[in-house]
Design a protein around this ligand. Structure first.
Ligand code: GH3
Ligand code: MG
Ligand code: MG
Length: 453
């Protein structure tokens, strides 16, 4: 009773599902104490009227482990879907029912006087207790949640004592019937009471991630194995019940597996989609929809490395819109933005080669990377760009042509040299400055120099 009260107190203010676990432990203790009371009542009265309830009594003494099976197999992950919860509940109930049937059969077949059956029953209880204790220990070691850790540590220590002392009790009971032996049955509960009274503990160090994952996904195999085992045991006495248990266990495992697999695939697909979306987001300029500066830097590094490998030339064009400030000043920023979007779109499609790369370098500046293109080829490309912007015919009264124009500075990287991306950008920038000084709406070339080495 003290242990029940302590467990109820411990369950207060806890989050789901740790609170449920505590309540399951309370349920188990209630079943156990009811069985003990019935046992004592039978002994005190020694009346034959109590003989009609052996099943009733076993019902309580047996079923103490069913709430515990549910507790050790219940997943702490809130996201576990309803189907898994239902299947786990059905499996736990089936394990309880089959074990109950098994021990009830043994007790009633020849009467509990048959020593062979009594040994079997004792062994069955031992096996259940060890099974529960081992499962609780795995969960204790496999969590870093403080409440969960504290619960399974207490449960695990209690269940090991509960596996040891009643087992000694059962062995000695088979030979002698000392009344003091009943202490062995109650001692684990006293121990549990003391355990609950001690302060809550935190994990000393975080458990291995692999163990945490195994515990999180372990309940289907745990319950399946338990039901298969009891099914095999009971099949000696009830063949069809045993067979049905094994089939139920396999079917439940199969259904859970299908759900888990399809869920895993679903998660994988959505992760891939998010990854692609993120990659697009970080490499695309949100306003114009073409590659951004980050993507440009990466592409330039990559293409220069490629040019070095293939010993092919590579050209870089820096493109700046002429007198763009005036568009903003006269037409407003919104029109300016609209122009930039249309310019970006036109520049992107002006170079048809799949390997050519167009990006918004910043503000109203764009840049193009042209792999396998020498300075003559770059000049042709630049002409195409002038042409495509002229074709757009964006109104700009302040320019000599009356529509928007661009200036281009370009430079070419010789595949056999050891120039850096920075020196290529520097040369193209200087060429752009030259184009602006030469009156705009034109292209200029400056060869790469500096940091040659
Ligand atoms: P220049 O021919 O010498 O290049 O003259 P410019 O007026 O274009 O001069 P500069 O390149 O120095 O000015 C860039 C201007 O482009 C400044 C700013 O008003 C405008 N600008 C830059 N980014 C944006 C943008 O995202 N939207 C709009 N509307 N305007 C921008
Ligand atoms: Mg500019
Ligand atoms: Mg400009």
């Amino acid at each position: 009773m003290a242990a029940i009260a302590a467990a109820l107190r411990a369950s207060r203010n806890l989050v789901y599902p740790v609170r449920i676990w505590w309540l399951l432990l309370v349920c188990s203790m209630l079943l156990h104490s009811t069985a003990m009371s019935l046992d004592i009542a039978t002994e005190i009265r020694q009346t034959p009227t109590f003989n009609f309830v052996p099943g009733f009594q076993i019902f309580f003494s047996m079923l103490y482990f069913v709430p515990l099976v549910v507790a050790v197999s219940m997943q702490s992950d809130r996201r576990v879907w309803a189907v898994a919860r239902i299947i786990n509940a059905v499996l736990s109930a089936a394990i309880g029912a089959v074990l109950y049937l098994q021990i009830f059969t043994l007790l009633t077949a020849n009467g509990s006087s048959n020593p062979g059956d009594a040994v079997l029953i004792a062994r069955a209880f031992d096996a259940i207790d060890v099974f529960l204790a081992a499962a609780a220990t795995v969960r204790w070691l496999g969590t870093n949640n403080v409440q969960e850790y504290s619960y399974f540590r207490i449960l695990s220590l209690f269940l090991w004592i509960n596996a040891l002392l009643p087992s000694i009790h059962n062995r000695m009971m088979l030979r002698h019937d000392y009344i003091w032996l009943d202490l062995f049955i109650s001692a684990p509960y006293l121990f549990l009471f003391v355990l609950i009274q001690t302060a809550r503990l935190r994990p000393a160090k975080p458990p291995a991630p692999a163990l945490v994952r195994a515990v999180r996904s372990g309940s289907p195999i745990f319950l399946t194995m338990a039901l298969v085992s009891v099914g095999i045991v009971v099949s000696r006495w009830h063949f069809y019940v045993g067979l049905a248990s094994v089939l139920l266990a396999i079917a439940a495992y199969g259904v859970l597996n299908i759900f888990t697999q399809s869920r895993g695939l679903e998660t994988e697909e959505s992760l891939l989609a998010s990854k692609e979306r993120l990659e697009r987001l970080v490499s695309v300029d949100s306003m114009t929809g073409i590659a951004n500066r980050r993507a440009f830097d990466m592409a330039l590094e990559r293409e220069i490395a490629g040019a070095r490998r293939t010993k092919m030339p590579l050209s870089l064009l820096m493109i700046d819109v002429d007198n763009f400030k005036q568009v903003n000043d006269e037409e407003g920023h919104q029109v300016g933005d609209e122009y930039l979007i249309r310019i970006a779109g036109a520049l992107r499609v002006a170079l048809p080669r799949a390997t050519d790369f167009m990006a918004r370098y910043g503000g109203e500046e764009f840049s193009a990377i042209l792999p396998a293109t020498d300075s003559a080829g770059a000049m042709k490309a630049a002409k195409k760009l002038h042409r495509c912007i002229a074709d757009l015919g964006l109104r700009h009264p302040a320019t000599p042509t009356g529509s928007v124009t661009i200036s281009i500075g370009f430079s070419t990287f010789d595949g056999s040299s050891s120039h850096s991306p920075a020196s290529l950008i520097g040369a193209a920038d200087r060429a752009l400055y030259l184009a602006k000084r030469s009156g705009r709406n034109c292209s200029e070339f400056i060869p790469v120099d500096g940091d040659r080495g």
